[in-house]
Ligand binder design. Structure first.
Ligand SMILES: [Zn+2]
Length: 172
């Protein structure tokens, strides 16, 4: 089943862990509708803009799969509203910034990306609907204790400069 021109349901529900552990990762109709919206509004425009294959490492996750991989049951992956992906040969930062600057999205997270390694980490992006999308841009990284921290991120193109951000912190 095709969700948009270049994306199939199969690649949005594929999970090696589910296969290995015999976990049912089949979406219901609501999940499929959400995945379709995600493909139409986020993944397909990214594919069309960069003109390269968008490699999806994780899309829909059933409750059982969430538990198996230690992902939260509240994760938007469990609703079919989010996907993790990257484009080989394009910096994940560039992909995330482009989404933030050009698309209507709910949450875009630059996950474990190291600026000095353009291909490190991956992009997580979710889509609810035009009205409810939060347009929230975050960066996830590990602190000194190995805990994951989420920080507000800004697009290099349209966001405030580093100086603006530092000044606002000083004033606040
Ligand atoms: Zn994710």
């Amino acid at each position: 089943m095709r969700l948009s021109k270049n994306f199939t349901l199969k690649e949005l529900i594929k999970s090696d862990t589910a296969v290995r552990k015999g976990i049912n990762n089949n979406p219901n109709e609501d999940h499929i509708e959400s995945l379709e919206r995600l493909c139409t509004n986020i993944l397909q425009p990214v594919r069309d803009h960069f003109g390269k294959v968008v490699s999806v490492s994780s899309g829909f996750r059933s409750g059982e799969l969430c538990i198996a991989i230690g992902s939260s049951l509240n994760s938007q992956h469990a609703d079919g509203q989010a996907a993790d992906f990257e484009i080989f040969g394009v910096s994940n930062r560039e992909v995330a910034d482009w989404i933030v600057d050009n698309l209507n999205f709910d949450q875009c997270i630059l996950e474990y990306h190291k600026p000095e390694e353009p291909n490190s980490g991956w992009v997580h992006c979710s889509y609810k609907n035009d009205e409810e999308n939060r347009r929230e841009y975050l960066r996830a990284f590990r602190d000194a204790n190995g805990r994951t921290v989420y920080q507000k991120e800004y697009s290099k193109t349209t966001g405030p400069s580093k100086e603006d951000i530092n000044n606002s912190l000083m004033e606040g």
